[in-house]
Write a protein of this length. Structure first.
Ligand code: GLC
Length: 763
């Protein structure tokens, strides 16, 4: 150790002695700094796996009583009081600690008033008590906030408060502060400087983003230590790349998973499943996957099948396979307490369930009645759970939908002292609650990977930062309401900025009855949501696309066909996402952060950087205002060209989704199919929008991990005014496309692969 009064340095870690105690600062990259107190310094992370430290040239000095740490990209000053300010390479303050006292908001609320409000049926929300330690930062007039996972409300989180305590919350109104996921990651930007803050602490936490005061924003947490990462970026996209470098990137999925999924709580019998799949094919509605909700199980016992409703599940799944349908089954964590049930007995015997402080197995209630909770914080429980996936894979199940893993408990909250393990250390639910869904998804992922060798398809409702490495997510129990449709856009956009590139909502809405206009606008708005699933609750009106007759059915089909035509655009974005971490659905602020018009733009989004979607999300609307950012844009349907940085009033009759393409984009297009069949894909078209462009297209077997050993193809398509060229940049996957069409307007030129020279030529 290198002693210099205020600090000690060991490689890239600097320990600073402040009045408030030690602060440990580690430079992981020139832009990412890990900040911890003594309590946090000794702990492990569930979000960050592996060593993320790169070699960073670091200078440390003491200047005017402050320790100054400088990397090639930023400088941090820490004073003796423990306050910390961060500057960029241009010496601009990016983020500063707030020195004043918090001006706590006064709320008058007597016990008596609370009781009266409850009597009238109000839900009385207590102020957050997550206040073991707090981090208070200066808030400036132009600051805007994004991220935080699946929280309710609008895109820009400024002015709101949010809580991180994974909650099974069927009310998803704007005022609700906590939902199913805890992603304590925030992006702050003022258009000039941009940064990310990731608080890696799983205890209940609270963010106040300028509600209490216009001078500061703060974070408080109920337990554990001070443990956060600061990351700099030149814009929002850069910060997302840094954050996903740290917590991991959404892996390339199996290609079929990008198709359409049809679900319902529940398709209760094998006849229901046959009927629904037959209907999808008969009506030529492209679809790859059907979901089985809880009623396929025997009394809601996980890893069982109800033999009366599904006499031969294996045969059913094999039949569906010949018709090119995959089946995804739900698996909840709650294990029915039943001495005759092998999963329960095995878990009790091996001590795999959460316990009361006296070591007796803890019980609460979920769908199966009295149930116990696998303790996923322990490696042995995760391994056991992973092995249990074999039951599903042996039946031919293609993916798993992990639900109720906040975990939900019907019989009141799980008491604070309930014992859950943090790996080998007993601790309580207070620390492990927000990690529960994360560890369950991780176990499911491991099991599926081992059993099938394919890229696992897992969906989870609850998540923590980093869960994107194992699982796609959906936003839980939304409503069949216009408000829920409106919220889908900011919710999925913020999930994307929080690392969750593979996300979706229940198309049509889960709770309540949908209606033809709502379902139509929902499929239009949702057609680019990476996870595309129509799902609805028992007791609500059926909401498959044919339930409302025409024109709903025809419009629904038109958009499913659009999705399947553009499937390679999405797949290419997923492939690209493994290296840049950028989501599929992006708010405009991702790429146009200096444009004030887009800072809180809630009803438009980008798909990648070349498509701009401006759906109608209100009833009775047939025209809407669309903002197009810098550059020029084309109307996808008419080819009409628009200059950017302007608002336009565009037509949006019921069957038309306002959709725009950026000038210079090349978009891959596939012939419409009813299911994704990678083996049959031997021809593709690339359409140029504008005068010239370049595009990189990725191709592999769409199924397993061979691509990680080089078994993929990468094509470069270059179209200029006088020359078009197709170059096979990497050829590791057999076969290549036999035919590639390049399209400009209505003009199509076909190129054919010439194996002798390994290149594409016109005939
Ligand atoms: C939960 C899920 C929902 C599912 C239901 C029954 O409410 O969020 O999607 O259909 O449980 O399993």
């Amino acid at each position: 150790m290198n002693h210099v009064n205020m600090y000690e340095q060991e490689h890239q870690t600097v320990k600073i002695n402040t009045i408030k105690g030690n602060l440990w600062l580690t430079a992981l990259t020139p832009e990412i700094i890990h900040i911890q107190d003594d309590a946090a310094h000794a702990t492990n992370s569930y979000a960050v796996e592996g060593n993320k430290q790169e070699v960073v040239p670091l200078t440390v000095a003491v200047q005017d009583g402050k320790v100054e740490i400088t990397t090639p990209k930023l400088r941090i000053e820490i004073d003796q009081d423990g306050y910390l300010d961060i500057f960029n390479e241009h010496d601009q303050v990016v983020l500063a600690d707030y020195r004043g006292q918090r001006e706590k908001t006064v709320v008058q609320f007597s016990e008596e008033q609370q009781e009266l409000l409850k009597a009238e049926g109000h839900v009385v929300v207590k102020q957050s008590t997550a206040s073991k330690l707090e981090v208070v930062k200066v808030l400036n007039t132009n600051d805007h906030f994004y991220g935080l996972g699946d929280k309710t409300g609008f895109l820009d989180k400024r002015g709101y408060t949010y809580d991180n305590w994974n909650t099974d919350e069927p009310n998803q109104g704007e005022e609700v502060t906590k939902l199913y996921k805890s992603i304590p990651f925030l992006i702050g930007t003022n258009g000039i400087t941009t940064y990310g803050l990731f608080f890696d602490n799983s205890f209940a936490s609270h963010f106040d983003l300028g509600k209490e005061s216009t001078k500061y924003f703060y974070y408080t947490v109920a337990g554990g230590g001070l443990d956060y990462y600061f990351m700099l970026g030149s814009n929002v996209a850069d910060v997302v790349t840094n954050y996903t470098y740290l917590t991991g990137r959404t892996p390339l999925p199996q290609k079929w998973a990008l198709g359409y999924h049809q679900s319902r709580y529940s398709y209760k019998t094998e006849q229901d499943v046959y009927q629904v799949t037959q209907k999808l094919r008969e009506l030529q509605l492209p679809c790859d996957t059907v979901h089985l909700d809880i009623d396929y199980m025997d009394g809601y016992r996980v890893f069982t099948v109800d033999k009366n409703r599904f006499p031969d599940m294996k045969r059913l799944l094999a039949d569906l396979k010949t018709n090119h349908f995959k089946v995804v089954t739900i698996i909840d964590p709650g294990v029915k307490k039943d001495d005759q049930y092998h999963i329960y007995c095995e878990g009790v015997k091996a001590q795999l369930f959460a316990t009361n402080p006296d070591r007796s197995v803890y019980t609460n209630s979920v769908w199966p009645g009295v149930s116990v909770y696998p303790d996923f914080g322990q490696a042995k429980t995760r391994q056991w759970w992973a092995c249990n996936q074999k039951f599903l894979t042996d039946l031919g199940v293609s993916g798993v939908w992990n639900d109720m893993n906040e975990p939900a408990s019907f019989n009141g909250p799980i008491p604070d002292e309930t014992v859950f393990f943090d790996e080998n250390q007993p601790t309580t639910i207070q620390k492990m609650h927000n990690l529960y869904g994360h560890n369950m998804a991780r176990a499911t992922y491991a099991g599926f990977k081992k059993q099938t060798g394919n890229r696992p398809f897992v969906i989870t409702r609850a998540a923590y930062a980093g869960t994107q490495k194992y699982s796609t997510v959906w936003t839980g129990d939304n409503r069949s309401s216009w408000a829920a449709l409106q919220m889908m856009i900011p919710q999925l956009c913020n999930l994307g900025l929080s690392g969750f590139s593979f996300a979706g909502t229940d198309i049509g809405g889960f709770l309540g009855d949908t209606n033809p206009e709502l379902l139509t606008r929902w499929i239009e708005a949702g057609i680019f949501s990476p996870l595309l699933r129509n799902h609805s609750c028992a007791g609500t009106r059926m909401q498959e696309p044919w339930q409302f007759g025409e024109p709903t059915l025809a419009i629904y089909r038109k958009y499913l066909q659009l999705r399947y035509q553009l499937i390679d655009y999405l797949y290419d974005l997923f492939a690209q996402g493994e290296s840049d971490g950028l989501p599929i659905m992006r708010p405009l602020v991702t790429h146009y952060g200096t444009d004030p018009e887009v800072l809180n733009l809630n009803d438009e989004f980008l798909v990648g950087s070349d498509l701009l979607v401006a759906p109608v999300v209100a009833p009775g609307v047939t025209k809407r205002m669309v903002y197009l950012p810098e550059g020029s844009w084309y109307d996808y349907w008419t080819g009409y060209s628009y200059a950017g940085q302007a608002y336009y009033l565009v037509d949006a009759p019921l069957d038309q989704l306002p959709l725009f393409v950026k000038d210079g984009a090349i978009i891959p297009l596939r012939p419409v199919t009813e299911y994704i069949d990678v083996q049959a894909e031997n021809m593709i078209t690339f359409k140029l929008w504008g005068e010239q462009g370049t595009y990189h297209h990725y191709q592999d077997n769409g199924a397993d991990f061979a691509y990680q050993n080089g078994e993929y193809n990468l094509y470069e398509i270059k179209m200029t005014a006088n020359n078009d060229a197709i170059r096979l940049m990497h050829h590791g996957y057999q076969p290549v496309y036999r035919q590639i069409n390049l399209q400009r307007g209505d003009l199509v030129i076909s190129f054919y692969f010439d194996a002798t020279v390994q290149t594409y030529k016109t005939k």
